[in-house]
Write a protein that binds this ligand. Structure first.
Ligand code: GLC
Length: 558
């Protein structure tokens, strides 16, 4: 393995930034963000240091699930611009060293999609089998819904043809029938189309549901065979069309089950998966001010193939999912970070961003982002995290965290010149509103969260040990402290994170090191000599330190 491999397997050291075009920057003043606005902000993102943009769905949509309900897989929603604007954006991002991936939402379509309109018009429609139908009355499926409280079951009766169709998500999102070869052809065509226009891969939506064949006919299931064979075939197809392209899958399952979606030890299915387990356990650790839940999770995280990668994250566009915790653990996190009912959704999540959950405490907020960038894997930021944006609790459910990007303290947070009532979503108000939290102010403040995150990104990019290396948890006496070491190519970075308010001193014993090595701080000035591999390191309350082990003959920059 060589340093130049980091360009080949680029995703292993990437910094991903997720955004929704419609809430990022509005350039034509209609209240809706657009590709032109986004293109104007590429230099901001490049300066921040991110290397990959993940675009949430930008396809034509009736917008009943924030764009995850698509009516045309081959176009850009009119409100956001044109295919031409899209291509110019991708080209400009690429010029600044930024790759672009986008949501691939092919578990379902909108019920307004021409395929579904045709499918429901008659049982003889050529598109009938694009979807999953049953004629007999379904049993009670209320326990299987993804959005409890917003959905009653997973089968919906269709008056015209008097059959039920499958919808894993909302009833306006009929599931595509992946067991039908014609559907699979379309999926390949959709992927090929966007790869040809410059995408470097996809964030694949709802993978386990996408691959399931519930409700397909016996014959279809037989000929479809093992869904993982299909996922393997998709990965190969992706590689043939664009060698460097990735599939970053949404698989919100425990590690053991995620392994199958990576393609086991062969790693020939999804390139990356979000690490939901570590994310959820991190919140438990924060709630308890005890690093052990996270440490134990990292200890049992399975080894994956050299090319595969876990994506680490603190928040995403959905609810803060806590469904992998036990009921009591989830209640602990609710009590700490979202005690009010309106902060909770679906009995398993919180609709808040991190800073309000931590009462805006800058020490804790910085500790969490330091941790995210130091955890083994590829960090994924959700827009606005870099400035510490909060949510708008008045918005329904998951929409609370999808408010306009806060660029300046001005009207509409500098997002749009349209009248406030025309904005695609209302701006956050109060303590986390744009008067207090915005890019413009933070750009000019060397001590801002924005500049801190930029520093983390720079150090992460200069520390391929984190994205590529092997990691180990280091023994030390404090339950509140997570101490880990990432090593690669004979070089190591050590990270210490204190989940508690009390400062402490962490004694470290690093085996197999001679007396000449020094620990060089990467986030602040400081050098600590190691004596026979031992050092004592102080940590503030909620403190964090990254240290590179530097030997006298070290060529790597520290
Ligand atoms: C995924 C998305 C979510 C969406 C759902 C249906 O879970 O993250 O936002 O509602 O799929 O497409």
């Amino acid at each position: 393995m060589r340093i130049t491999d980091t360009s080949d397997l680029w995703w292993k050291t990437a910094v991903v930034y997720c955004l929704d075009v419609e809430t990022f920057m509005d350039w034509n003043g209609d209240g809706v963000g657009d590709f032109e606005g986004l293109s104007h902000r590429i230099d901001y993102l490049a300066q921040l240091g991110i290397t990959c943009i993940w675009l949430m769905p930008f396809y034509p949509t009736p917008d009943r699930d924030d764009g995850y309900d698509i009516v045309d897989f081959y176009d850009v929603d009119d409100r956001l611009g044109s295919l031409g604007d899209f291509v110019e954006f991708v080209r400009t991002a690429n010029d600044r060293g930024i790759r672009v991936i986008a949501d691939l939402v092919v578990n379902h379509t909108s019920d307004k999609h021409p395929w579904f309109r045709s499918a429901r018009s008659s049982k003889d429609s050529p598109h009938r089998d694009f979807y999953v139908w049953r004629s007999d009355e379904p049993p009670d499926t209320s326990a299987e819904v993804v959005f409890p409280g917003e959905q009653e079951g997973i089968w919906e009766y269709d008056e015209k043809t008097k059959e039920y169709f499958l919808h894993r998500f909302y009833k306006h999102q009929p599931d595509l029938n992946v067991a039908n070869p014609a559907v699979r052809d379309e999926i390949a065509r959709i992927m090929g189309f966007w790869l040809q226009l410059g995408l470097a891969g996809f964030r694949v939506d709802a993978v386990p549901f996408f691959l399931e064949t519930l409700g397909a006919s016996e014959a279809e299931q037989q000929s479809f065979g093992d869904p993982h064979e299909y996922q393997r075939a998709l990965r190969s197809f992706l590689g043939r069309r664009r060698g460097e392209a990735i599939m970053l899958g949404e698989v919100g399952l425990p590690y053991e089950e995620q392994m199958a979606y990576f393609g086991g030890v062969d790693g020939d299915e999804l390139t990356m998966q979000f690490d939901f387990e570590a994310m959820e356990q991190m919140y438990l650790s924060l709630a308890r001010q005890d690093a052990r839940p996270l440490a134990e999770t990292l200890r049992r995280r399975p080894e994956i193939s050299r090319e595969a990668q876990f994506a680490t994250f603190v928040r995403n566009h959905d609810e803060l999912h806590l469904g992998l915790l036990s009921e009591e653990e989830m209640q602990e996190v609710f009590a700490a970070f979202g005690p009010e009912e309106r902060m909770q959704v679906y009995g398993r999540g919180l609709v808040r961003r991190l800073p309000p959950m931590l009462d805006g405490d800058p020490r804790r907020i910085r500790m969490v982002y330091s941790l995210m960038f130091a955890l083994p894997g590829t960090p994924v930021l959700f827009y606005g995290e870099e400035i510490g944006m909060g949510e708008n609790p008045d918005l329904d459910g998951r929409l609370a965290v999808r408010t306009p990007m806060q660029w300046s303290p001005d009207e509409n947070a500098g997002f749009s010149t349209a009248p406030a009532r025309k904005l695609v979503a209302p701006v956050v108000e109060g303590g986390f509103g744009p008067e207090h939290i915005n890019v413009e102010d933070q750009r000019h403040d060397p001590d801002s969260l924005l500049n801190f995150v930029a520093t983390l990104i720079r150090q992460f990019r200069e520390s391929p040990e984190i994205g590529w290396g092997e990691y180990e948890l280091l023994d030390q006496p404090h339950d509140a402290v997570l101490a880990h070491r990432c090593s690669w190519q004979g070089s190591s970075v050590i990270a210490l994170h204190n989940f508690a308010a009390e400062p402490c001193t962490v004694p470290l014993e690093l085996k197999s090191l001679d007396g000449d090595a020094v620990l060089v701080d990467l986030l602040q000035p400081g050098r600590t000599p190691l004596e026979e591999g031992r050092a004592e390191l102080t940590l503030d309350g909620y403190g964090y330190r990254w240290l590179r082990i530097s030997r006298p003959d070290e060529l790597r920059l520290a």
